[in-house]
Design a binder for this molecule. Structure first.
Ligand code: SF4
Length: 462
């Protein structure tokens, strides 16, 4: 039996850090330095947390025949005794990860995650090798080909380069469920954005891949490809039933980049959830183009509570420059209103500090966010991530030297119209203006009262 330790290290910060978001590069929700922003930092850090799904799938694969210990502590006793370390990479913990690899020079380390693939020269040290692209496929294939043994694994370290080339992709239905049961015994698995439902929130991945044009700046297509791959509806339903039984929760968070991208698949999924009376609640992230009059009531009846949608900016000029595929303002308003009227909370996601932004376009976006009928909104900062086409255009004007600060909440390059301080002030202003007004407070109270007393509408498919 081989002893593995999954060492998931994070820098010590006073805001939420998650490696699973931003296509595995991770995000750090630093809302700013005002009193109100600091309160938001504490709230979000306390209420939203989960590790990478990919690393939890690897844990399940290895646990079939081997010992796996998950830890976030570099001083964990199990580290000295293990045969191999698996270290999930990200941009938001990059320097901490590299420091950890050097401190553990006497151990052999598999570095996983798309960020290590992109920045392999940083992660390839004497004692480490980098698993290229989707690392769950690598460990799955090792297990299937009976190569999960000490000799084979040790020989891999002779390569001192990227590994995973010789394995083909895996059907998503063939992966085991992520190892949430053991994880949830030690760490909180939660997603409570202004909700009173403190149940365990199980992350689910129904599809991988996104074909949209915003791959110019977005890391999801880099991590998962531009071709959409989907698990079968039956396989997702079985996983939901499994977690309901094992973790006694009916709360799920879909981590698909664009949940309803395959309309037929989504409709089939919703109908199955309703027919089988699974009685679940779930949240998703999707594109406004993929929500319509038929889908919205169906998704609500299936249990959709919260949907994240990217709006990014109110300016068509800014959006066109960043190659963002979007829908018209009228349609954005109407689709969001239809969701909210049906009882689905909407969180709009804006990006400020886009290449063509100036103070006026950002103020307009903040006002537009307030005008849209969504309950929540999020404002992050345009970030030219290494590995994306955008990085090629910005690499010569990057001013941020610490990769851990590429967390979507800082300006990392010399912007032609805005300084770092301008962006920080505008970000704090955006959160303050959006949430700290009587209309919003009244809307949130109204939502909670309504969701407590109004039952979901029952649809009839016959
Ligand atoms: S729709 Fe655009 S922003 Fe969203 S995951 Fe796809 S490429 Fe990324």
């Amino acid at each position: 039996m081989i002893k593995f330790v999954i060492l998931d290290v994070y820098p010590n910060k006073k805001h939420r850090l998650i490696k699973d978001t931003a296509g595995g590069y991770g995000t750090g929700n630093d809302f700013g330095n005002t009193f109100f922003s600091k309160l938001l930092n504490i709230y979000v850090d306390t209420n939203i947390g989960m590790p990478s799904i990919e690393i939890m799938i690897i844990s399940s694969i290895l646990k079939k025949n081997h010992k796996v210990h998950y830890t976030r502590d570099l001083n964990d006793k199990e580290i000295e005794d293990c045969d191999f370390i698996i270290l999930p990479s990200s941009i938001i913990a990059h320097e901490t990860e590299i420091d950890t690899i050097f401190k553990l020079k006497h151990k052999r380390i598999f570095v996983t995650g798309i960020f290590a693939t992109t920045k392999k020269e940083k992660y390839l040290v004497e004692n480490s090798i980098v698993v290229k692209n989707e690392s769950d496929t690598f460990f799955y294939n090792l297990e299937k080909t009976n190569n999960l043994n000490l000799n084979f694994l040790n020989r891999l370290f002779d390569k001192k380069d990227l590994i995973n080339d010789y394995y083909s992709s895996v059907e998503l239905d063939d992966f085991p469920y992520p190892d949430w049961a053991d994880y949830a015994k030690k760490f909180p698995l939660r997603n409570d954005f202004f909700s009173l439902n403190q149940k365990i929130a199980v992350p689910l991945l129904g599809t991988r891949g996104c074909p949209y044009s915003c791959f110019f700046y977005c890391t999801y297509p880099l991590q998962q490809g531009r071709k959409v791959r989907a698990r079968s509806v039956e396989n997702i339903i079985e996983e939901i039933k499994y977690w309901k039984k094992v973790l006694k929760t009916n709360k799920f968070v879909f981590r698909d980049p664009v949940f309803s991208i395959n309309r037929k698949h989504t409709i089939e999924f919703c109908k199955k959830v309703i027919e089988e009376k699974l009685d679940i609640t779930f949240m998703v992230e999707t594109h406004l183009n993929n929500l319509d009059d038929e889908m919205i009531p169906l998704l609500r009846e299936a249990g959709l509570e919260l949907v994240y949608v990217g709006v990014e900016s109110s300016s068509h000029f800014v959006l066109k420059d960043m190659k963002r595929f979007t829908v018209q303002h009228d349609k954005q308003f109407q689709v969001i209103k239809n969701c909210e009227d049906a009882g689905i909370k909407v969180k709009t996601m804006f990006i400020i500090g886009n290449p063509e932004d100036n103070r006026d376009t950002i103020i307009q976006s903040i006002e537009y966010a307030k005008y849209l009928p969504s309950l929540y909104s999020q404002f992050s900062v345009f970030t030219p991530y290494p590995g994306t086409p955008a990085y090629g255009e910005f690499k010569d004007i990057i001013t941020e030297t610490k990769l851990e600060n590429f967390n979507q909440y800082n300006l990392t390059f010399k912007h032609k119209n805005l300084s770092k301080k301008n962006i920080s002030d505008l970000k704090s202003l955006a959160y303050f203006k959006f949430y700290f007004n009587l209309k919003k407070i009244f809307q949130i109270i109204k939502y909670f009262l309504k969701s407590k007393y109004v039952k979901r509408k029952v649809l009839n498919f016959n």
